[in-house]
Ligand binder design. Sequence first.
Ligand code: 2P0
Length: 363
Amino acid sequence: MKNYLRATFEATANIAVVKYWGKRDEKLILPTNSNLSFTMDDKLKTRTTVVFSEDFKEDELYLNGQKIDLNDQSASERMIQLDLVRKSAGFNHKARVASINCFPTAAGFASSASGMAALACSSATAANLKLSNKELSILARRGSGSACRSVLGGFVQWHRGKNEDGSDSYASEIFPASHWKELVNVIAVVDSEKKKTSSRSGMKQTILTSKLFEKRLQTINETIEDTIRAVEKRDFESFAKLIIKESNNMHAVMLDTYPPIMYLNDNSRKVIDKIIELNENKGKMIAGYTFDAGPNAHVYTIENNLEVVKETLKEIPGVKELIVCRIGNGPKQLTNESEHLLTVEGKVKDMFFDEKTKSIISR
Ligand code: 2P0
């Protein structure tokens, strides 16, 4: 075996249209319900290089150039993928991991989906594991639930699964990115403070305290079927109404949790009002919003209506920035020496995300 095993991948974020909120198994990260998302293009991406070597004494993680303390429980929990890869590969080599998030700094986005998907792809490839998409998705899921959807491109479903060991809880592609080329996601970044509740603890609290959550689970499979049908037919009007109602439903359940979880702020609510008003003025649905565990709005629209949606969002006080994403094709392996974030011996290169050129460059 070679002394050093290295691979680099880029993976992108995904934006759910039927949400994952609630675990049926916390350790294995199994969801209470199936859910749907679109994988974004490389406007929101994470690049990760993994090197395994028997020369390393311990696992090390460098995030955006900073060494992360892996004694911290929440950081080490997410590195469980390395242990799973080592077990499958049959070696005990420690790993060095370097990761750079190419997200606008102002946005305050969570990057666990792209980060954990990039880690799954690069660690499995560095260890020479030949994993199927299903196996890769299950590996990514162990780092972060939503990451299991980012190992695929296009329109993706994370299947809840029934098995206790999680072997049937993985994401698969329903339609490739090319199926609905006109679909666009405009992210309205709003003024906000750092979020108070992590998704991980929030979901747990919802299961413990929300009666409304049980009601949500009774209708969610129907929402999934209806949403798949709308995407299949590229029926934007049905799609927009479904995703607005689904996002509202999840945030209603969050509010029904005790203590209540409120990710939306006054600026988010201004976006909601404006989108509803825009659709009413046009006499048809031309935009549909969805919100995750944060105040930024994800407004889906189609290319023909992009300009009017952008103009509408720009006029809202409290909207700081718009990021226009299209649907992406999923993770990409990088093999040029200049693209790896670690040298072949695992030395951290001095590289960073340059917001001006929107690329990762050497200092
Ligand atoms: C989603 N979210 O479907 C939903 C909508 C937040 C709201 O997936 O605990 O960071 O690592 O499995 O994946 C956020 O959950 O949580 C999420 P863990 P994750 O996109």
